[in-house]
Design a protein around this ligand. Structure first.
Ligand code: KG4
Ligand code: ZN
Length: 342
């Protein structure tokens, strides 16, 4: 049994996050600090700046969640820190800080794969309590990981049992949103800005390629779409044109994702649910297309609240709890891995 609350730490990209979960998965406290302000002047995440910002803010965030929940370090049941994949500087900061606490207070340490965190979020008790899912999301289920750094269809068959069904051949879907938005003159990160602009656009005005549509399997490709956007941008004359292109882009992405998801479900006939995670899961057009596709297969679409879809430490603490329950811990010599496939 887990002795007390589990502290989760996340510092693999550009959010610094800490969260404290009770052994049953109840969220006791959570905090996220985005580094948007630090990276925006550069139009993307600068690894060195990210690592330094994690170093500056992670200890205070950890203290904050512990303080909010009134939990002392000695009362913890374990420390779970993201140890990959991601930017190595941040991974070292997060994992080392976690190991330090584990040594100081003689606690079990869990090195969490960030992707496993996303994959297991659907099983958080919170989702049952808030009615997002009815019972516990049971294995196996299909995970669509749709973020700025990752774009994969994964069969989640059990704890530690993940089978990649397909992935992107070029850009991640969030990256495609960001690059196309940039071409259209929108601020970074482009996904949310593009969605806003698309709301007043006509998705049928500009015909765009639909990469991979109808192909077997569930790999993705987005670079051709980005090229098509680049060719149309110089022809745009007014705000309505830009909105129409944004709407067309978003529509094509949603259609392609739904097509890929359909094939992925066919590869996992005993799936109990379709689960989305990653920043792009915040996109309403994408959600609607995926919900329709899941519905056609008679399955629920499990879309965690947006704060749990984007990078956070709740998912890291929860993955830690699932691992601790299974008796899995890591040594203090565990080395963070910038590349760490599921
Ligand atoms: O999961 P995430 O917060 O960070 C990682 O990449 O790990 O995902 C960020 C990505 C960015 O590419 C961002 O543009 C995209 O998610 N994104 C969106 C939306 N919100 C965030 N893309 C489309 N529509 C959105 N509403
Ligand atoms: Zn992520």
């Amino acid at each position: 049994p887990i002795r007390g609350p589990v502290l989760g730490l996340e510092a693999s990209c550009d959010e610094t996050a800490a969260a404290l979960l009770a052994p049953d998965g109840t969220i006791l406290a959570e905090a996220v600090r985005s580094q948007l302000a630090e990276h925006t002047p550069f139009g993307g995440v600068v690894p060195e700046i990210a690592a330094r910002a994690h170093l500056a803010h992670l200890p205070a965030l950890a203290a904050q969640v512990m303080g909010q929940a009134g939990v002392r370090p000695a009362e913890l049941g374990g420390i779970a820190a993201t140890a990959g994949p991601g930017l190595i500087g941040g991974l070292i900061v997060g994992a080392s800080f976690g190991k330090g606490m584990a040594i100081a207070h003689n606690l079990p340490f869990v090195a969490v794969n960030h992707l496993e965190g996303h994959a297991l979020t659907a099983r958080l008790p919170l989702l049952r309590q808030t009615g997002v899912v009815e019972g516990e999301v049971a294995f196996p289920y299909l995970l669509l990981l749709l973020s700025g750094g990752h774009c994969q269809c994964v069969a989640v068959e059990g704890l530690g049992r993940y089978r990649r069904l397909g992935s992107t051949l070029d850009d991640a879907v969030g990256e495609a949103f960001d690059k196309s938005a940039k071409l259209m003159g929108l601020p970074w990160p482009g996904g949310p800005a593009l969605e806003k602009l698309a709301a007043s656009g006509d998705p049928m005005r500009f015909p765009l390629p639909r990469p991979m549509l109808g192909r077997p399997g569930c790999d993705f490709s987005f670079s051709g779409l980005k090229t098509a956007v680049a060719q149309l941008v110089p022809k745009l004359e007014n705000e309505q044109d830009r909105a129409d292109l944004a709407a067309a882009f978003q529509r094509v992405v949603a259609v392609v994702l739904a097509d890929r998801a359909r094939n992925a479900l066919a590869m996992l006939p005993d799936a109990t649910a379709m689960v989305v995670a990653g920043g792009v899961a915040a996109n309403q057009g994408v959600r609607a297309a995926l919900a329709a596709e899941a519905g056609r297969a008679g399955l629920p679409l499990v879309a965690p609240p947006i704060r749990l879809c984007t990078d956070n430490a709740v998912m890291i603490a929860w993955a830690g709890i699932e691992r601790l329950r299974a008796g899995l811990t890591d040594g203090l010599d565990h080395a963070p891995r910038p590349r760490w496939p599921l």
